[in-house]
Write a protein that binds this ligand. Structure first.
Ligand code: ZN
Ligand code: ZN
Length: 372
């Protein structure tokens, strides 16, 4: 008797969807739209890195319905489409760390800065979150969001045990859905990859060549410089473009994003560089990861003795790819994302009912919509 329940009770609390708007089996364009019965939000709004600046696949209704945009970090593949969302009807707060806000070029109209002294926040009775540092670059955070009775984890670009950046390692979390960095298809772990980069550097420097490392302004440059300093000591002096050295001066002695032991190193272990002068046996970090600037290419072209080592993904814009393919530059991947093995490690250290790997151009999930 009375066994017929209204249809909405069957859906009830359990009805939530993840729409992959980009970032899975994709080049950049990381963007995830989540909609439940009462709330909708977006995590990251990136453009593609294939040179086409493709926008996320979000309908105008989704953009208008989203109440919040959670930004994991400043890189364009996570932030390039923020302005597009705002121009298409998104009016909610954009949440991010203070460092992320300082690094992005387009400043959102309605920014909510995460308070690093209290990494928990209740946005309304039904939506609350925690965040932690991911170790990928200064300002990068993961999110653990509780909404309408569901728990969701977004790793952002994630790297435990980086040589420079701190990570609040995620352990023992329970979540109905986990969207996890799985950028590298390989099955090894970061230590081996770091060693390969150090070995490649040592080989070049051992032949008394100057060594050039094109890197982004925010991210692995400081991590690699730290590894070289800790491995080689003063044997190979380390120089940096102004933008990277400025980062070093800003965060090198601040405990929030950098490791404890780094705070004790003097600033002059990394020297300023005019992006022109070169000496054999010295290391040079150039903040032009994709060799987009003519000046960077000129430096390489005018110095055949200069060894060039690429250490991150080669995008569709710039000329880094060309230098690698022509054999002028070597390539050894620096780990500032997770390998497939480490994605599995992270999943095993937590209780995630559904894992969606992202950030891997080669791995496209069977569906763009998950119900959970
Ligand atoms: Zn990133
Ligand atoms: Zn990314």
């Amino acid at each position: 008797m009375g066994s017929v329940l209204p249809a909405d009770l069957f859906l009830g609390e359990n009805n939530m969807q993840l729409y992959i708007a980009g970032g899975c089996g994709d080049q950049g364009r990381n963007c995830f739209y989540i909609e439940g019965d009462r709330h909708a939000f977006i995590v990251d709004a990136g453009t593609s890195t294939d040179g086409l600046d493709r926008l996320p696949d979000l309908s105008p209704e989704m953009i208008r319905r989203a109440e919040y945009l959670f930004v994991t970090h400043s890189h364009k593949d996570h932030t390039g489409a923020i302005e597009y969302l705002e121009n298409n009807g998104f009016t909610g707060p954009v949440l991010m760390s203070n460092q992320t806000y300082q690094q992005i070029h387009y400043k959102p109209k309605n920014t909510m800065i995460l308070d690093s002294t209290a990494p928990e926040l209740s946005l309304d009775g039904e939506l609350s979150l925690r965040w932690g540092r991911t170790g990928h670059c200064a300002g990068a955070v993961w999110y653990y969001i509780t909404v309408d009775g569901k728990r969701l984890f977004f790793s952002g670009d994630y790297r435990e045990n980086d040589t420079f950046y701190r990570c609040d390692a995620v352990r023992g979390l329970t979540a109905d859905l986990a969207v996890i960095d799985s950028a590298y298809s390989r099955m090894d772990r970061a230590e081996d990859m770091r060693k390969a980069v150090a070995d490649a550097a040592k080989e070049a420097l051992g032949q008394s060549a100057p060594l050039l490392l094109p890197v982004p302004s925010y991210g692995r440059g400081l991590s690699m410089a730290m590894l070289f300093y800790q491995t080689f000591g003063e044997a190979y002096p380390i120089h940096m473009s102004a933008k990277l050295r400025d980062q070093w001066l800003r965060i090198g002695h601040r405990s929030y994003f950098a490791h404890e032991e780094i705070l004790g190193y003097p600033f002059d272990i990394f020297r300023p560089w005019d992006e022109t002068s070169l000496e054999g046996g010295h290391i040079y970090f150039l903040t032009d990861a994709q060799l987009s600037k003519a000046k960077s290419r000129q430096l390489i072209d005018c110095h055949p003795e200069l060894s060039v080592l690429m250490t991150g993904s080669l995008h569709g814009y710039g000329k880094a790819k060309f230098y690698y393919e022509s054999g002028r530059a070597a390539f050894v991947l620096w780990p500032n994302h997770l390998t497939k093995q480490e994605t599995a490690d992270l999943a095993a250290a937590n209780a995630f009912s559904l894992v969606v790997p992202f950030h891997n151009p080669k791995e496209k999930p069977e569906t763009d919509v998950y119900s959970f």
